[in-house]
Ligand binder design. Structure first.
Ligand SMILES: O=C(O)CCC(=O)C(=O)O
Ligand SMILES: [Fe+2]
Length: 246
């Protein structure tokens, strides 16, 4: 993991115009600048104070699989793809690595300013590695009001496992997704998230073992692609808005 954090620091240190050349595409690969994603629009007055870099399974342009949604080539910096440019790194399934860099700003929840707004991850499961800067908080009971937020102490070298919303849907709420957010205290912060999701065409519907006459399915079936695409578009700014700022 040290090498991943090293490569991440190197990537985010590139000038903004270089990173914007790799602006995220419809394959969910590339750079997402600060304020581009708003994970909790109802409670935020501005976007998250983080920039990110999405890396997916490397599928060359001429591979028939590159026509499928969410499969395709990565957008590497021209200098060198380096450490991440290894097809075997992510393997076959829909798996996305997102490098994250938070600004050295102070969050102000009362005013709706967050490093990362409250959300649960969209897919099945997320492995999260952080540096040793605090900021991550979880809410164990997302239905309770008011919400109680607890700090998750940073543990360099460890992984935090977050259940995502597709697992909640598949399991008919047996496994609830983890509501979490990042509150910054003025220190710069790096983290690395690895999202493991079903293949895009997978129909996500209640598992037979998670339903009964007394407990009907709570969510209608949906393809992984339709669900992820909706959540991705709901939380990222439109492309035109960002390109105006370039
Ligand atoms: O940076 C963190 O600790 C959390 C990141 C996160 O929640 C996400 O990328 O979904
Ligand atoms: Fe998250």
């Amino acid at each position: 993991m040290n090498e991943v954090f090293f490569q991440s620091t190197k990537f985010f240190a590139l000038p903004l115009h270089k990173k914007m050349e790799l602006f995220r595409n419809e394959k969910l690969r590339g750079y997402t600048p600060t304020l581009d994603q708003t994970l909790d629009p109802e409670n935020q007055v501005q976007g998250d104070l983080k920039e990110g870099y999405y890396i997916g399974v490397e599928v060359p342009e001429d591979d028939p699989d590159a026509k499928k949604p969410f499969y395709g080539p990565n957008q590497w910096p021209s200098e060198d793809a380096g450490f991440f440019d290894k097809p075997e790194m992510l393997g076959e399934p829909l798996a996305t690595l997102k490098l994250l860099h938070y600004e050295d700003k102070i969050s102000d929840p009362a005013r709706g300013i967050y490093g990362c707004g409250a959300h649960s991850d969209f897919g099945l499961i997320n492995l999260l590695a952080t540096d040793d800067v605090a900021g991550l908080q979880i809410c164990k009971n997302k239905d309770a009001r008011p919400r109680i937020w607890e700090d998750v102490a940073p543990l360099k070298g460890g992984f935090i496992i977050n259940i995502g919303d597709l697992l909640e849907r598949l399991s008919n709420d047996v496994f609830r997704s983890t509501l979490h957010r990042v509150v910054l205290d003025g220190q710069e912060r790096y983290s690395v998230a690895f999202f493991a999701d079903p293949k895009p065409e997978c129909i996500v519907e209640c598992l037979p073992s998670c339903t009964s006459d007394m407990n009907p399915p709570k969510y209608p079936p949906i393809t992984c692609y339709a669900y992820m695409n909706q959540r991705y578009n709901d939380t990222h700014l439109g492309l035109n808005h960002i390109m105006d700022k370039k």
